[in-house]
Design a protein around this ligand. Structure first.
Ligand code: TTP
Ligand code: MG
Ligand code: MG
Length: 457
């Protein structure tokens, strides 16, 4: 057990023994350079954990002959890098880079095609191990999550920092891959920290150093500041978070509306978002990554229709309904757009989901090329209040009845027995429309909505 009142006493991330920071910075017991000491080490409780070179690490684990070789996972029809191991990254290979360019930079690399099921299963194993540390685990994507370790000290008999270091060791031993940990007092900084010392990293950002740390960072590090918004800021001469720190709240609000508020708060390290565990289902969604980027409504609408039907089928199966429809798009350059609309009543009908999604999609088809389309519903409830018979809107009532009839037929004869006008005969280009094809290789494992909305103060 640790003497928690002594912040000068850290521990060795390899032998886990308590250690003071020695002048040599090496552990006096095992010689490891990985000694962790920080003034706030035992006060911080919010962590972000992200697996290192996730797909590539899994491939190396399963094929030890690849261990010391530069490895690129990717290819397939899109011809881009999914990820590269750290050896290949030294040569400049990065995620989303065209494969030909990656091979120019690193001709000696071994290229492996992604095997999503394997990665999804490893992702679930990591998550299960996280959930053994705290119930407050909020998954962000297949290989990362936030953890709130508040109140777990008594159970673990050690403070969060120590538990996290032991967790990293456990993952290496049990799953054969490595993770990096960011520890801080809020999600924003924990997420930044996990990226600072990759791979096998453990970075701590305390309250005292947060403003100075942030001051050095580019504005693009702020959640919600994508390329487009960064350009607006750049035009105004703002490049670093430090510049934002020196601006008045009123000025930021006037210039950038509600986003100004977010800039003001996050630039100062003021992030009050809670870690939201997702063990209860909060949304039902379906999404697909295209083999080729799509831009036109003609190409995107059939995909939207098929995905809406898939979501609807899942809602019906789970006997739930949702009141907010969310459209998700990922642009060619990996920027995510999510658009929501709240309905007057919860629904589980494909038609309503589709039509709401369509309204949202119309506003986004402006020539932008998209690599991913998703549709989902949230605000889930049971079906008691869902799709109330609407005496005025006879048309929609008829359609609801028709959909129920179609569902019954599908149930009996299989999902593809009935095709709607939207999906019929489509599905060569953007492909996904097969409702049962969730796990085809062109699709990623079901990801979590990567929406990170910051409540305005
Ligand atoms: P990341 O966590 O972003 O990257 P990583 O785990 O490969 O490397 P790092 O050590 O920097 O965290 O993404 C997790 C997985 O998601 C990654 O292994 C492959 C996949 N992915 C893609 O397929 N395309 C992409 O553009 C990115 C960024 C990730
Ligand atoms: Mg990762
Ligand atoms: Mg990640």
């Amino acid at each position: 057990m640790f003497r928690l009142n002594d912040p000068k006493l850290g521990f060795c991330r390899d032998c886990l023994a308590p250690r003071r920071a020695a002048a040599s910075r090496r552990c006096a017991g095992c010689g490891s350079p990985r000694v962790l000491v920080h003034d706030e080490l035992y006060e911080l409780r919010i962590a972000h954990i992200d697996c290192d070179a996730f797909y590539a690490s899994i491939e190396k684990r399963d094929r030890p002959e690849l261990r010391d070789k530069p490895l690129i996972v990717g290819g397939g029809k899109r011809g881009v890098v999914s990820t590269a191991c750290y050896l290949a990254r030294i040569k400049g290979v990065r995620s989303a880079m065209p494969m030909f360019k990656a091979l120019e930079l690193c001709p000696e690399a071994v290229v492996v095609k992604p095997e999503m099921e394997k990665y999804a299963s490893a992702g679930r194993q990591v998550r299960a191990m996280m959930q053994a540390l705290t119930p407050l685990v909020e998954p962000v994507s297949i290989d990362e999550a936030f953890l709130d370790l508040s109140g777990t000290e008594r159970m673990h008999g050690a403070p969060p920092a120590f538990i996290l270091a032991r967790f990293a060791q456990d993952v290496e031993r049990e799953l054969g891959i490595s993770v990096s940990v960011g520890l801080s007092y809020c999600k924003f900084l924990a997420k930044m920290a996990s990226d600072l010392k990759k791979p096998r990293g453990f970075a701590v950002i305390g309250k005292a150093e947060a403003p100075a740390f942030l001051a050095e960072q580019p504005v693009t590090m702020i959640w919600g500041v994508g390329q487009a918004f960064a350009q607006v800021l750049h035009r105004d001469g703002i490049r670093t978070i430090g510049q934002l720190q020196r601006m008045e709240q009123g000025d930021l609000l006037r210039r950038y509306g509600s986003m100004g508020n977010r800039l003001f708060r996050l630039s100062r390290g003021d992030d009050t978002r809670r870690v939201e565990p997702s063990n209860e289902r909060k949304s039902v969604s379906a999404e697909t990554t295209f083999d080729n980027d799509l831009a036109t409504a003609a190409d995107l609408v059939p995909v939207l229709r098929a995905l809406s039907e898939k979501v609807s089928a899942r809602l019906k199966k789970g006997d739930t309904a949702g009141q907010t429809v969310t459209l998700k798009l990922k642009t060619q350059d990996f920027k995510t757009r999510t658009r929501n609309q709240r309905l007057p009543d919860p629904t589980r009908l494909a038609d309503r989901i589709f039509e709401t999604g369509l309204g949202l999609l119309r506003k986004e088809t402006d020539g932008t090329r998209f690599r991913l389309l998703g549709i989902g519903v949230s605000d889930l409830s049971d079906t008691a209040r869902a799709d109330p018979p609407d005496l005025i809107d006879l048309r929609s009532r008829k359609r609801a009845l028709a959909e129920t009839a179609v569902d019954a037929l599908r149930e009996k004869y299989g999902l593809r027995a009935i095709e709607t006008g939207y999906t019929f005969g489509k599905g060569t280009k953007g492909r996904p429309p097969r409702a049962e094809s969730t796990d085809t290789p062109s699709m990623r494992p079901p990801e979590f909505w990567d929406e990170m909305d910051l409540p305005d103060a």
